[in-house]
Design a protein around this ligand. Structure first.
Ligand code: COA
Ligand code: MG
Length: 289
């Protein structure tokens, strides 16, 4: 998934617009974009949308961002929205693998209640929203078969740290948030799941957004969360492997296949060894999806 578009779960108009946005996934939000008074209404609007959109054949993947454990709202969210059979849950303010295992158990109970196959819902966890979570970023491996991705957030973390800002005046993330970003990448690598970059909130700034997508792709993220439909096309373009990269990856795989015992090969005057082969395979696996 290259592009994951947030949509407030209480807005039927934006939900419909999301379906035609070209995003690989929609993140129907019950958390930060919904005021406390509107949580109940948002759950119902989200469920109605799921019932209409999930059966559609050609559609983006559909995830629901529930409220985190500390809010006391998690169970009530799941009670309503699992009935709509979304592709998965985005689990915010996750504090390590143990919390994901706990979330998995909550989902399993609702899948059984609604007659859904065990394990049908995925989890994408937001892994850096509390200070404690930073120390647990390396614990997601083996926490749940549902876990397909880790992402990170700077907004809630900056509140918990008591910071005045999380980006400098040029829009570059400050040191504590660079750390959170790196821990997300390392945590996802350790757990062998997709690393997904955080949102870029300045949604009219195309140049800044493109730069952030390119930096994310360069560092190993395979997709990005978005907040506005105008961000989808740029995001998909940047995270789609370029034809030259695909050709190079195919050449590396072919060179090793032609000489199975080789530790290194030379192609066009450049040396490639086993890590290059692994990276080439990863890229080709992504192209198939
Ligand atoms: N998903 C689907 N449609 C969206 C959208 C989104 N995230 N954001 C905007 N749109 C729609 C608008 O409804 C509008 O539709 P219209 O042309 O049919 O009227 C169109 O896209 C253009 O929107 P625009 O006027 O540029 O923005 P806005 O002022 O209406 O909305 C935000 C700005 C930030 C409120 C809106 O983008 C939004 O709600 N983003 C998601 C917020 C969120 O979920 N946050 C939680 C995660 S951080
Ligand atoms: Mg948040």
């Amino acid at each position: 998934m290259r592009s994951l578009l947030f949509i407030p779960g209480d807005s039927p108009k934006k939900l419909d617009k999301g379906l035609g946005s070209g995003a690989d996934a929609l993140l129907l939000d019950l958390e930060d974009s919904i005021s406390p008074q509107r949580k109940t209404e948002a759950r119902e609007t989200t469920l109605a949308f799921l019932k209409q959109a999930v059966p559609v054949k050609e559609r983006p993947r559909i995830y629901v961002r529930i409220n985190g454990f500390a809010t006391g709202l998690t169970d009530a969210d799941l009670d309503v929205i699992v009935a709509g059979s979304p592709d998965g849950i985005m689990f915010p303010k996750a504090e390590g693998g143990a919390a994901v295992t706990h979330c998995d158990a909550k989902i399993t109970a609702r899948e059984a209640m609604h007659g859904l196959p065990d394990g049908s819902l995925d989890i994408i966890a937001i892994a850096t929203e509390t200070a404690q979570a930073l120390f647990l970023a390396g614990t997601y491996g083996g926490s749940s078969k549902r876990l397909k991705g880790l992402t990170w957030g700077a907004e809630d973390l900056s509140v918990e740290l008591g910071a005045e800002a999380n980006r400098d005046k040029d829009g570059t993330f400050l040191a504590p948030y660079q750390l959170a970003r790196s821990l997300c990448l390392a945590g996802a690598g350790a757990a062998q799941v997709q690393a997904i970059d955080t949102v870029y909130v300045d949604f009219r700034n195309e140049t800044g957004f493109r730069r952030e997508c390119e930096e994310a792709k360069r560092d190993g993220f395979t997709g990005k969360m978005l907040i506005h439909p105008a961000q989808v096309a740029i995001c998909n373009e940047v995270f789609t492997p370029k034809p030259e990269a695909i050709e190079r990856a195919k050449a590396v795989v072919a060179a090793f296949a032609a000489d199975p015992g080789a530790g290194t090969v030379g192609i066009g005057g450049v040396m490639y060894d086993r890590p290059h082969l692994e990276r080439a395979r990863q890229l080709l696996a992504r192209v198939k999806v």
